[in-house]
Design a protein around this ligand. Sequence first.
Ligand code: ADP
Length: 205
Amino acid sequence: LIVPGADGEAIPAPFSALSGQFAPSADLNDRVVVWRGDITRLKIDAIVNAANNSLLGGGGVDGAIHAAAGPDLLEECIGLRGCETGDCKITRGYRLPAKHVLHTVGPIYHRRNEEEAQAELVSCYERCMECAVANEVRTVAFCAISTGVYGYPSKAAAVEATRTVRRLLEDERYAGKIDRVVFVTFVQNDVQAYDIALPLAFPPV
Ligand code: ADP
């Protein structure tokens, strides 16, 4: 099955692979939402930062999070001594309305082959969810990891994001531990990507 994109263009591989894969679930659907806006404004247990390996700040969402959280965040990040690609490290949120920041490092798309990039992106979502549960984070907001300067195609990234979260929410290790996952979109490309990807991973009941 080929699912048409928002712009009317046929999207081949990842979307068709997802279609029909997941059963409708009212309970799971109630726990996910797509929200468009600035992730630094969210009052939530944790927001996810698309950081770089140094964890010492950067552009994009990373810069916005450090600017809003203030210098104490950088101080805590210095103590963490970096983060591997596909891994996650947690800090406090400091001046952010969010209590915690889950810093993850997505793949730089053009430096990886397709399978490696996909595996690393999936790992980011898995490790963030593991880290959330380990720290009693019950509500978490993900930005669209790697889809900015790291160049991951936004539609393929939205498929990985939504299907990975779907798989984890169904996993018994997560049962009763995560109340809400927010997929934060910022640019129009991601809005369109999640418009298609979310109902495939979380089909309407
Ligand atoms: P990466 O290096 O992982 O690609 P970027 O920060 O360049 O990270 O982009 C990741 C995603 O975060 C992109 O979809 C970008 O549009 C989005 N983004 C940038 N600023 C914000 C923000 N303040 N709130 C939410 N999302 C943001």
